[in-house]
Ligand binder design. Structure first.
Ligand code: HEC
Length: 146
């Protein structure tokens, strides 16, 4: 086993005056949203997170706290299967309070209660720049497509 290479360009958080850069840092480094929200843990690219299969397109199956199946959701801005039809306020409520427009969110989706306004705004700004992926996940009435 070799240690994972350190991502030198991500060692320091970019300033909030550049929300897209800060959001990228939060998604791939500080909060690691992409770990759960890409295709599978086994196809993550930790040196180049954006090259992970189905980057931020969701569909990664995992277990909830009662060992039930939970499938991560599509965080790209595709309007049908992703967050393209959400407002920033809906997004903020989902990640900080665990309540999405479709209903409550369950573990293992964390509740980022300590996240600042600056941080959730930055993540939202960054997500606008991520290539859209069409991938229906359970809240769209689909089972994970693998
Ligand atoms: C440990 C894995 C994990 C991590 C880390 C994680 N999520 Fe999630 N996320 C999930 C799962 C699983 C769901 C679906 C929960 C359910 O079925 O109730 C989810 C649901 C969501 C939803 C709801 C989307 C919808 O269409 O309903 C949003 C938004 C979201 N996550 C954003 C984020 C963001 C932003 C981050 C990083 C700041 C993040 N998640 C980190 C696993 C994770």
């Amino acid at each position: 086993m070799k240690p994972t290479p350190l991502l030198a360009h991500l060692a320091e958080a970019p300033s909030a005056s550049n929300p897209v850069a800060l959001g990228h840092y939060l998604v791939v480094a500080r909060y690691q949203c992409y770990y759960c929200h890409s295709r599978s843990f086994s196809t993550l690219n930790q040196t180049h997170p954006g090259q992970s299969q189905n980057y931020l397109g969701g569909g990664n199956p995992m277990l909830g706290d009662k060992l039930e199946l939970r499938v991560s959701r599509n965080l790209t801005m595709d309007p049908q299967t992703g967050l393209g039809d959400w407002s920033e306020a809906q997004f903020s409520r989902a990640i900080r309070c665990g309540m999405s427009p479709h209903g409550p969110l369950y573990e293992p989706m964390p509740k980022f209660t300590a996240m600042t306004d600056e941080e959730d705004h930055a993540i939202w700004a960054y997500l606008q720049t991520v290539p859209k992926i069409k991938n229906a996940t359970p809240e769209d009435g689909a089972l994970a497509q693998r």
